[in-house]
Design a protein around this ligand. Structure first.
Ligand SMILES: [Zn+2]
Length: 401
């Protein structure tokens, strides 16, 4: 699990020298090598460790911390905004399609790393994670992840200096496709699997009043798993290119997801419709640079947006006031997930109307022992110990449309 300290690129700065000279305890290490962040869209935590994703399984087995983490929301916009700003959705305000842009006044992870001397490249997918919505901020290079030869080319030629590379892999996000090379990884593959199942075919079952067809559920679930196996092959190619660069051991590597995916477990499908566990439990894998002396000890429940503070701190920066604790700090607090739905308040018994429009907060609080899900009938804003880090107080009124 731990690697040898050879080849380490840890650099202690002037602060370290001063601290040692004055007899203080040793300051935390500072990473001046590559940081590689891979986000896999809509990947449920329970798929990892099943043999479906051997590359990710192997990375997890060798990592310094690997396990289930809790996403800040159950769909891309609020959850990725939390990863990029270190803020809960109620603070960054990216709740729905009309408010999908990152707030200008919140520094993003790549901006902070750039200011710490990192050169940043992004290879993204998903229509929400574009220049239009502010995800280009802080990156020198910003392109599609679909051009894999460019992605692996950048990874293969890393020079070992401070470079941040973010890659967002779209599968297993729908459409679910029949990736035949991986069909043997399914426990009991059906012989009537279609070539693909689109979100449009599934979307009607987001209405909790409409029971999901059993056959469709099974076929969609199997294709989703094949999508995950395909995503794993992309991750494998990225990790292999990193190894070829000679800086795999020196790199800080983090892999996580923005949310999970539902196949009727809570009466709905796809994602972004509720905060059931299959939608907010996502994998988190962190491999520290070889020779790193500070252990990861995050505590029993891990909110995955703590990765923001972890990467900033590892790079020698100080997370902005109000950021969550890094994974180097033990926290006993639970994790808060939020979702804002758009049903009109006055329509009693209204049918499902999905995510859009005026905010109607739902929350899920996960602790070591329990998870509480609430559907707030009034405009009650999430306020709990889970989002009251030092400096995190503020008026939610400022965020209203
Ligand atoms: Zn997503």
């Amino acid at each position: 699990m731990k690697r040898s300290p050879t080849g380490t690129r840890l650099a202690a700065g002037l602060v370290a020298v001063a601290a040692l000279a004055s007899g203080c305890s040793e300051p935390p290490p500072v990473h001046r090598g590559p940081i590689v962040l891979i986000t896999i869209d809509a990947l449920r935590a329970d798929l990892v460790g099943t043999g479906l994703m051997p590359h990710l399984d192997r990375l997890a087995a060798d990592a310094d911390w690997a396990g289930t983490s809790i996403a800040s929301s159950s769909w891309t916009v609020p959850s990725m905004a939390s990863l990029f700003t270190g803020r809960q959705p109620w603070r960054h305000g990216s709740w729905h399609a009309a408010r999908a842009s990152l707030r200008d006044d919140l520094p993003t992870l790549p901006e902070i790393l750039r200011d710490l001397g990192f050169r940043n490249a992004a290879f993204r997918s998903n229509a929400w994670l574009t220049q239009t919505f502010g995800y280009v901020r802080g990156f020198e290079r910003f392109g599609p992840v679909a051009r894999m030869e460019r992605v692996t080319g950048v990874l293969r030629t890393l020079d070992g200096g401070p470079q941040f590379v973010w890659m967002h892999v779209l599968p297993p996000h729908a459409p679910y496709r029949l990736h035949e090379p991986y069909i043997d990884r399914l426990a009991a593959p059906r012989d009537d699997l279609p070539e693909r199942i689109t979100p449009l075919e599934m979307r009607q079952f987001a209405d909790p009043a409409l029971p999901l067809d059993v056959d469709l559920r099974e076929r969609a679930w199997q294709l989703y798993q094949l999508n995950a196996a395909h995503a794993d092959s992309l991750v494998g190619a990225m990790l292999e290119a990193l190894r070829e660069s000679g800086h795999f051991d020196d790199a800080l590597i983090a892999v996580t997801s923005d949310h999970g995916e539902e196949f009727g477990e809570n009466g709905q499908v796809l994602h972004g419709n509720n905060l059931h566990r299959v939608l907010i439990e996502v994998p988190l894998v962190v491999k520290l640079p070889a020779g790193w002396t500070q252990p990861l000890d995050p505590g029993p429940v891990v909110a995955n947006y703590r990765l923001f503070s972890t990467l900033v701190q590892a790079a020698g920066g100080t997370p902005p006031a109000g950021s969550p604790p890094s994974l180097f700090e033990t926290s006993r607090a639970g994790a808060l997930s939020e979702l804002y739905l758009g049903c009109p308040w006055s329509r009693r018994g209204a049918r499902w109307c999905g995510r859009a429009g005026s905010p109607r907060p739902r929350t899920a609080t996960t602790t070591r022992c329990w998870r509480l899900r609430t559907a707030n009938r009034r405009r009650r804003w999430p306020r709990s110990q889970e989002n009251s880090w030092p400096g995190s107080s503020g008026s939610s009124r400022q965020l209203r449309p």
